[in-house]
Ligand binder design. Structure first.
Ligand code: NDP
Length: 328
């Protein structure tokens, strides 16, 4: 057995350390499929893990990285054979199970999704957990009964990863998208993704009234806190907001008024433990409902040795769109 390149997180006297190093293959955890990782991504949660800003990592040593795409190198799982192209995200990777910023990953075959036809491993990670979470949010809104005829939809944190993909997908599906951003300098970028209107997030950050003027039929919120409270108070009768993030905070200073007076629904989105059939549906919808040219426009590329240095930027809200990480 040899070693492979990986970003290793160790416990330190104060907090944790993160460094690109050689990892011993013998230390890989249990799993029936070994994958040669080709691409990963930098998500908000990865930023938390590599900076140690939040206790994302719960086992040491850890290999950071919550998602990867690559090729099966070894398998004793009936569904997977050597050479299969796969995508994996969540399931505790980078938190409790050795993660994706590595040349090799060993995981349970039951965690893997087959790469959709016509999608490259790089494109899959340009989408990554953030883009797949955006699609889970869209699926939840559709399941609620939302259609483009229901009215406009709002996307918060629009210039971030979840927000950029949500904006692109919803506009391709025919929705009138209102994109909320703290970076009005990115208005042209957001219009290029298909936003019909770009609003300053300051409009949504003050204390929320129980009910405010009805502005949208639905929304995708990656921000939380007072932003989510304002979204709810401005949602039209019978509408729904998919809540998937906490970029502004974990609290929700809202009231029951939107729920009991307007029948508004709050839809919770979790990507980590999401069951396999839902994941497969999300990835197949991403293959058909996300414009690849727009995906290319929102994607920047970094190498494995740049991940630790880029972590603080995503936490500071300075990353536009998505970052793919080239592993080999
Ligand atoms: P990004 O950092 O790429 O995007 C977050 C965006 O939120 C920023 O670009 C910024 O957009 C906005 N934002 C940042 N800070 C604040 C603030 N203080 N107040 C208001 N808006 C702010 O992260 P991701 O898109 O990768 O993730 C977004 C959120 O979704 C994170 O909280 C993440 O943890 C969560 N998430 C949850 C998942 C789940 O399973 N539920 C899965 C994936 C992500 P702008 O500049 O346009 O305002």
């Amino acid at each position: 057995m040899g070693t492979f390149k990986a970003i290793r997180i160790d416990k330190a006297d104060k907090g944790t350390t993160a460094a690109l190093t050689q990892f011993d293959e013998a230390e890989l955890m249990e799993g029936d499929v070994t994958v040669a990782v080709e691409w990963s991504t930098l998500n908000y949660k990865d930023g938390l893990a590599v900076t140690g800003k939040a206790p994302v990592v719960r086992r040491f040593p850890m290999i950071a990285g919550i998602d990867f795409a690559g090729t099966v190198a070894q398998s004793s799982h009936p569904d997977w054979k050597v050479g299969d192209k796969v995508v994996c995200n969540g399931w505790g990777m980078g938190e409790t199970h050795l993660g994706a910023y590595a040349e090799k990953a060993r995981v349970k075959g039951d965690w893997l999704v087959r790469l959709p036809d016509g999608m490259s491993t790089r494109e899959a990670m340009a989408i990554g957990t953030a883009g797949y979470t955006a699609m889970l949010s869209v699926l939840a809104l559709e399941q609620h009964g939302l259609t483009p005829a229901s009215g406009p939809v709002v996307v918060t944190g629009a210039a971030g990863g979840v927000g950029s993909v949500a904006t692109a997908v919803l506009s391709k599906l025919g929705y009138q998208v209102i994109a909320s951003t703290g970076r009005m300098s990115e208005a042209d970028y957001l219009k290029g993704l298909g936003a019909a209107e770009v609003i300053d997030r300051a409009e949504l950050t003050g204390a929320a009234k129980p009910l405010a003027k009805e502005r949208w039929a639905g929304g995708v919120d990656s921000v939380g806190s007072t932003t989510l409270a304002n979204l709810l108070s401005m949602t039209k009768y019978g509408g729904a907001i998919a809540a998937c993030g906490l970029a502004a905070g974990m609290d929700l200073p809202s009231s029951v008024a939107p729920f009991i007076l307007r029948g508004v629904c709050l839809l919770g989105i979790d990507s980590v433990m999401c069951p396999l059939p839902r994941r497969q549906l999300a990835w197949s919808r991403l293959a058909s409902d996300l414009d690849r040219r727009k995906l290319a426009d929102i994607t920047q590329e970094i190498t494995l040795d740049q991940v630790v240095g880029t972590g603080p930027k995503i936490l500071a809200g300075q990353v536009r769109g998505r970052i793919v990480v080239k592993i080999v």
